[in-house]
Design a protein around this ligand. Sequence first.
Ligand code: C5P
Length: 222
Amino acid sequence: MKKINIAIDGPSGVGKSTIAKNIAKNLNYLFINTGLMYRAVAYFCIQNKIDLNDERKVINNLNKIILIMHPCEEVSLNNINITSHLWKDEISIFASKIASYKKVREFCVQKQQKFAIEKGVVMEGRDIGSVVIPNAELKIFLVANLEVRTARRMIQLEERKIPYDKDNVFNNIKKRDELDKNRENDPLIKMPDAIEIDTSNISIEEVIKKILLLVDERISNE
Ligand code: C5P
């Protein structure tokens, strides 16, 4: 069966990774969570006491980072699997900060694009349809209101047994929305050829069903 590339973009907490993971499993495609790469770069800076607000310092240290993405949302940094450290809520805001730096984006995007050379990838992030795989056969842009996204993020943190404070989660998502939408380099935007799905009032299962129908449609049009 012919394979396509699927780009899933949207703001924080909208359900991108759960949805993308399920779609990939269903189609037997490769799933890539690109946010993990930005989180790993932020984690490296924190571990090495590099000031995340100092763009030049962050960039000068990129050559010390060997990032390897493994299947199923696992990432290793300089040969150590650091995935379990990356889900903490405070890492996400630091990731958003360094994700605004052009060179950091180039560093991550270059790796992401290699995964998309062969068709059959479901990749999620903020700039997948606009920058990473602009020729993806299917582009989905997910949205949901802030309350729903906060609730989903809390469930995710609970599942990962990570302590959280509700107000912090809410404010964190709000702040990341601002950073991701308003940054100069590769901001979060809906491409004209992306299909928007508002997931506020429908279940994740329904969203997955909708996307799988769109995939069938695209494959039969190829
Ligand atoms: O998707 P996740 O919330 O794990 O991403 C962490 C941060 O990395 C986001 O808040 C965003 O600023 C950044 N990011 C990005 N581009 C991507 C994926 C994530 O800028 N493709």
